[in-house]
Each structure stands twice: as C-alpha cells, then as structure tokens.
Design a protein around this ligand. Sequence first.
Ligand code: 6R9
Length: 710
Amino acid sequence: MRSGASPKRRNTAHQTVGNDPGRVACAELSSWVNAMWLPAKCAAAGRGVWASRLCVLRRSGSNTAAFMPEAAGFGGVSGRAALQDFSLSDGDSFWAAAARHRLSWSRPFRTVRDCDLSRGRIKWFEDGELNVSVNCLDRHVHTCPERVALIWERDERGSEVRYTYRELLEMTCRVGNLLRRRGVKKGDCVTIYMPTCPLAVASMLACARIGAAHNVVFAGFSAEALAERIRDAQSSTVITVNQGVRGGKVTELKKTVDAAVQSCPTVQQVFVAMRTEKPVTMTARDVAMEEEMLKEDVVCEPAAMSSEDILFLLYTSGSTGKPKGLVHTQAGYLLYAALTHRYVFSYQDGDVFGCVADIGWITGHSYTVYGPLANGATTVLFESTPVYPDPGRYWDMVERLKINQFYGAPTAIRLLLRYGDQWVNKYDRSSLKTLGSVGEPINTEAWEWYHRVVGEGRCPVVDTWWQTETGGICIAPKPSEPDAEIVPGMAMRPFFGIKPVLMDAEGKVLTTNNTSGALCMAQPWPGMARTIHNDHQRFIETYFRPYPGYFFTGDGAYRSKEGYYQITGRLDDVINVSGHRIGTAEIEDVVNQCPAVAESAVIGYSHSIKGEAVYAFVVLKKDVNVPEAELSKELKSIVSEKIAKYASPDLIQFVKRLPKTRSGKIMRRVLRKVVESDLDSLGDLSTLDDPTAVQEIIQGHQELLSKGQL
Ligand code: 6R9
C-alpha cells in the first residue's frame, strides 16, 4: 500500500544554514512546537469537491439511495424500516456494500463475516486488508488537503488551534516514523496517557499507521491504575505530556507516569511532549517527543493490516476488581464508527462535529477521532470542562467554532441546567443541527432543557445507547423516517444490523412489548469487541455465557408499547458516576487495603448531578481507635490516589457488620434499599445470617441523614 497523497516535503531539521547548526535546529524546533501547541491561522475548509460528489450521489439513486448511498444496490429496499429489515435479514449484503462504499481497501475482502456468538468468535472482512490511518487521513488529503480535520479547543478559552488534514497526516507520519525508529513494531501495544489534544490523536493514528495497537488511558487515572493497565497491555512504550491543563488547573502527568513505570518492568521508553512550558526532569528512559519528531520524515509507509488485527485496547470496569482490556480490531470497528457517526447525527459533509468526550473513553475514540475522521469531518478536541471559566463554555465554543452537532453527557447537562438559561442564551447557537447524549440515562428534565433551551426546540436530541464493548452506537432515535417521533429520555431505535432482545429471569426471550428484561443482542455487528486482552475465557463468560447464543450487555431495558427501547441501568455491580463506569469490587479492593478496614461493601446511589454516586459501607478492625471523620477523609483520598477522583466515595458509613447470607455473600440489595430509604421493600431477610445487622445499618444511615450528609 502506498500513502499516495502524503506531500513529499522532507523535513529540514538536519540541514544547517550558515555556520550555526544549533540555532537553526532551535528555530525549527520552536516553530514546530508552536505549530503543535499554540494558536495558528485558521485553514479554510475545502468544501467544493465533497459537495459536488454528494450532489452526484443524490441525483443518481432512489430516495433510499439518496439517504444512504450504499443502499443503491439493494433492489427494492425503500425507506428506513425496509433498510433495517434488510440489514438484519441479509446482513452480509448490507455490510459488504457499506464496507466497500465507506472504506478504502488495499486488498478487497471476500468473506463478510465468520461469527459464532455462542463461542465468542467474531470476525468481519477477515481476508481484507487496509490501513485505518489511510482511511482517516490520506484519502481526504487526496481530495481536500486544506480542510480542517481538528479544532483543538484548548483549556484556555479563545485560543483554539486548527489542523488541516494535510497537517494532521504530516504529524501522524512523523510520530509513526519516530515510533518505528525507536523499535515499535507491528503487533506491539503503545500506552497513551495524554489529555485530549492533537498530538494524542496523531499518536493514536500513528500506531494505526505502523500496525501497533494503542491503549489510551484516561489522564485522570492515578499512577497505580495506569501501571495496572500498562502491565496488562504489556506496553514497552508510553506517550505522555509534561503537564496537563484542565479547568485552569495543572496536573503533573509526567510525574504520574514516572511513578507508574516504577512497577512496569516492560516499559523501555517514555515519549514526553510539552503541553506547557514547564521543563520536567528527564531520565534515560525519556524521549523529548517534539524534538525527535523534527528529525523524522513527513511521509510514513502505512502497514497493510488485516481486518482482524488489533487496532486498540481500551480498559473498562466490570463486576470484578480487575479492569478488562477490551479489544477492537481494524475494519469492522472503523466502518461501524463511521456509519453511526454519519447516520445517527445526520452528519453532512463539511459539518463541524463537537463531541466533548475525553479521548480516554470509548466515546472519544469513536466520535472524536475515528468516526468523524473516517468521514472527512472537522472534529473538535475539547480539553476543558463545562464550567471553565464559566458555565457558558460549551455554548461560547458552539458559537465560535460554528459547531453543527454537539455530543455530550447528561451529567454536564444537569449541572449546566442549574446555572440557568442565561449562560446559554448569551451565545448564538444557530449553527447547531443535532444534539446528542451519551454515557447514562438522561432524565426527562435534562432532556427537555437540552432540547428547548440549548437547541431552541429545533434540533433533534439523540439519546445514544452503547458501550465500550459495542464500539459504536447501537440504539438511538436516529436514523428514522423524516417525521418520526422522538420520545424524551429514550434511546428508542436499534441501528442498522442491530437486533436487541429482552430476556426474562429464566433466560427466555420476551416477545411482547411493554415489558422489561436483560438487554441482549441477537446478531453480531462489525463494531463489537472481539475479546478481552489475554482473557478470552472471561470475554465468553461475561458476554456470551449468561444467554447462550446472544451478546449480553449487562444493562436492563424496557420496551415500550410502540417497541421503543429505554435503558434502565446496569444489572451487574457496576456504578455509573457522571457517565464513567466503575466496578464496586474495584473500589472495595482499594478500601480493604487500608490497614484499619476489615471489610467493605460499595454501592451506587442516585445523585442529582452525577447520576450515581459512590456509597461505601465500611467495617473497621476491632482495635481501631482513629476518629471516623479522619478515617473517612483518608479512605476517600486513598481511592482518588489509587484509582481516580471520580471513583472516590461520596459517603462512607461505618458499620459493625455487613448483611450477609449464610453462605457469606453480601446482600447488596438490602444495602441499596437502605440507602434509597425504601425500607418497605427490603424483601426477604430470612436468608440473612444475622438479621439484626440490618437494623444497625438503618440506624446508622438515618444518623447520616440527620447530620445532613445525604
Ligand atoms: C458509550 C459509553 C457503557 C454503559 C452502558 C450503560 C451506560 C451509556 C447510555 C447508557 C442509558 C444511554 N449508558 N449510554 N445508559 N442511556 N444513552 O458510555 O460506554 O463507558 O463503556 O459505558 O453506560 O449502562 O452499559 P461505557
């Protein structure tokens, strides 16, 4: 495969002018650093070519083909419902057409899929070859090199930086060459611990270019959580920045990496980019990233990757203490991210797409990076917070960057709602066409406000349900027929190729409407995860064993009379704090490590802004004499330090014992009811080893309530 469009500009770092090589290198370096981090000119978007291509497509087909060009060949299939049926009844034809139309292949595939859900075997387009970075960059550089690929909305308001597709390709190639020169090979896994910024995107794409997998770790995770992920991924290379900047606060990311790699014997090199001007101590293991990138060529031969080679690992919480490294592969993931980005958000060529998720989460992967870039979009990288420097930040950004699709989390919407409409109304939001929500259920009040105030009642709100495991959006109100209804707070309609089913407690498929059950998927789709890194057995047990022949999501759902889906929440021991998953067992593991703690039980409880918050019941060892308030503070800070701030318990209740069954299992159901003050439905307590434990817990909880701590 050839990179084709890469401009053949050689870098000049080694060249000298006059007799002072040092000065030239410095000047080059500072302009390169500036180009990467500081405000630059705005490149004009080259819309012409794309607009005319779209017109041809529009003229050439039926209504359905105009809506979805790849459907032109599906004889007689007309309308959204028929297309949905076709995607399920003849999935091979549907996905083959989509894959040929949407992706550029260096070797065409012949087999569309080879899947057996009961064995956790999932393969799509297996004999085809392509390169994801070529699909996200080179082919757009061919047609519109000066189109803006990234707008980096830096933490410092009003200092956004734009990168064209040509510039992003060049940056990616330099990183790709650097990684290669430093020994990173096809099949290796590179850990990226960076804030949302252009160099992080270029690093992800550079891995894809040379065939390495990436493992992006959210920059809010602690040294220990980072170390665990580096070790599990067996990374020998880490990419980070000197410091992060978020909400006006500086975080010492390089120091966190230094602490993490102490316990990661596999790590041989750490690339350090400069987000701020503050120098950091460099060790023999560290590599000054920008400086080394300068020495590299701006052309980098892309590796030919087979569809089922690994594109990335991304760790997420499950119901045990150990995070799972979910594995996504090349073609199927990219196709699914691109197709959902196009149709769920009604993305049109030339739109500015604003997904405010951090790149450390799957939403950042699929809808900040891969989906938009595969579609040649202009995508926004949001480095800040919704309330920095004030609660108008999002809408100021919408006005300044002329964002057409805004995709955010319910927790932020709930927070902003409290500050009042004036922060929204201050700014011109006429560019907005679609509003999206993701990460947790969006309550009706937040949905209505988002729709009425932010979207001025004219933008559809798409509540999108999906998971790290699903790779892309599975259930969302769109695509739909043009005037189809959208019900507040409901994800509603399955995407093409998605067949949701609800299961009852006995594992039977519920066939009627107006019913609730465990949400499963009856058919494989190209975007789904392929395995858990190093633990295929756990993959099978978690997702395919509970309902043989089906993929189990871990969520519960309600299907309305009309057949629309509404997600009701997790069925396992996973809490969703501000849209971020955290396993109760992960928090318990950390709490239990404290020498004063005998045991603990962590549950989620409903919180007006975060959605769910963390409540820990803690039993202390017999001879502990430390005041509870002090211990409480200590436990909270230990969890922040060992996992991340968002996982830290909001409330800690010290109890003498936990309610347990005779076989020693903690009855979390009882704890949940106590916290919800739903004492009438504590249920059958006769299986408890010592029912008086519950009375003590109720009493303690009421004391916390009366102290106003809840
Ligand atoms: C994309 C993402 C996945 C879990 C998922 C569910 C919850 C996500 C939701 C939603 C209700 C929505 N979730 N979207 N619940 N309505 N629209 O968030 O991935 O971090 O893996 O979390 O989030 O419980 O199972 P991930």
